[in-house]
Design a protein around this ligand. Sequence first.
Ligand code: IPD
Ligand code: CA
Ligand code: CA
Ligand code: CA
Length: 269
Amino acid sequence: MDHFQEVYARAKEWTREAGRNLRDSLGQQLHVDYKTSEADLVTEKDREIEQFFIDKIKNAYPHHRIIGEEGMSAEAESDPMDEIVWLIDPIDGTTSFVHQRENFAISVAVYENGQPKIGVIYDPIKDELFHALHGQGAYLNETKLKPLSDTPVKHSLIGINSLWLVPNDYCDHTKFHPLIQDLRGTRIIGSAALEMAAVACGRLNGFICLRLSPWDYAAGLVILKEVEAVTTSIDGSPVRMFEASSIFTGNRTLHEEILTNYLRAGAGL
Ligand code: IPD
Ligand code: CA
Ligand code: CA
Ligand code: CA
């Protein structure tokens, strides 16, 4: 078996196992800590799931590097562009996990020398596993996802967080107002990984988010590429892998229309 075929099979198996753990824990009392603010939560489950992946990966692939949101792998600094790297978000949507007990996911990606190889996003509540091996199509459980259909703004539903529609330090929020008025509607799940997966399976036509970290978007990028989504940062430039970035993704027509008529119109973001 090709190396990445085997890694792909393991990544899916481990992600489902971790998802069962999260699902089984839902009745338990959670211990919630704050990170940078009272809106930035972490639980013992975030750390436990990240450690679960670290143990599995280190045992099976001792030479692979691991980058996880909770920073538990304690590895020496090296250049991720020269290695096989796992990017792990043990719970994407911790706020939803704590408040809603749904609308969260596990996001796992593998990149080789900066190139996308594997993306796995699992919603354990819906038992939906979105997954892709580069060049072999993207799947929702066993069903192959079709290339995205083109939609104009006026027929599109996009994911965008209300945070970016009010004054903030990252963008000119007024840029989005004409777009919001012209769209068919907006939705937010509260997990960037699930929002990218929603675009990949057509539940959303596009998604815009600022200030994401590599573990938030890495798996989504692999899956979206397989369904021919166009994904860039908010100004239309390529996403710089392993760096904090905005993410703007959607079908080709929608991406082009939003970029030209809204985001690039008038003053810069
Ligand atoms: C967050 C979620 C959220 C997005 C934030 C992320 P976390 O990830 O993806 O939807 O708006 O920017 O940090 O902290 O729950 O893993
Ligand atoms: Ca977090
Ligand atoms: Ca995240
Ligand atoms: Ca997280």
